[in-house]
Design a protein around this ligand. Structure first.
Ligand code: 5GP
Length: 200
């Protein structure tokens, strides 16, 4: 059995991360999504246990104290965290896990999991294009938009810590590059020691 890997994906908001992650989950049956915990309120159509586990701050704090998180961070005014158990169970049973988390969280995962984690940063074509995409969403107020753009610059400044950069200019091309990373990482020697043991 191959050792599972943790595909960690981060990006500034508006870079198209959610679309790429959804497409990956729909395309590849061997990777599953790690459902995070958050203290933010559900948006319309979001389901508890599917999009997130929605919990209050008290519960979240208790989980931190009990050491239940692989990583956690304060993002845009709320707590977000990845449960250690979900990820560990997947890894030991040879399944891959997709984490859609922010940069702070991604760097914590790298620290904790070393080469079991593969860090991918999704880049927009430019800051101007990012601003255009955020405006086109039409949901953001001017002040929030300015804050998201400033946050984007800070996040991109940390992109050098990631293993891969995927430019999301054209979705289809970005997706095939993104998927290629997963396919190639699965063939890494250290994840496939079992293959060689057949020949000993
Ligand atoms: P949203 O509230 O829009 O769903 O997500 C806001 C940000 O929080 C996104 O960048 C998302 O990737 C990040 N996020 C979601 N879950 C987690 C998590 O478990 N840990 C961390 N560190 N960030 C998360």
């Amino acid at each position: 059995m191959r050792r599972g890997l943790v595909l960690v994906v981060s990006a500034p908001s508006g870079a198209g991360k959610t679309t790429l992650c959804r497409k990956l989950l729909a395309t590849d049956p061997e990777i599953s999504f790690s459902v995070s915990y958050t203290t933010r309120r559900p948006r319309p159509k979001e389901k508890n246990g599917v999009d997130y586990f929605f919990v209050d701050e008290n519960t979240f704090q208790k989980m931190i104290n009990q050491g239940l998180f692989l990583e956690w961070a304060w993002v845009h005014g709320h707590f977000y965290g990845t449960a250690q158990k979900q990820v560990e169970e997947a890894l030991t049973s040879g399944r891959d896990v997709l984490l859609d988390i922010d940069v702070q969280g991604a760097l914590q995962v790298r620290q904790r999991l070393g080469r079991d984690a593969v860090l991918v940063f999704i880049l927009p074509p430019s800051l101007e294009e990012l601003e255009r995409r955020l405006r086109a969403r039409g949901t953001e107020e001017e002040e929030i938009l300015k804050r998201r753009l400033a946050a984007a610059k800070e996040e991109i400044a940390k992109a050098n810590e990631f293993d891969y950069l995927v430019l999301n200019d054209h979705l289809e091309e970005a997706f095939s590059n993104f998927y290629a990373i997963l396919i190639a990482e699965r063939q890494k020697n250290f994840r496939q020691q079992e293959l060689l043991s057949r020949f000993r």
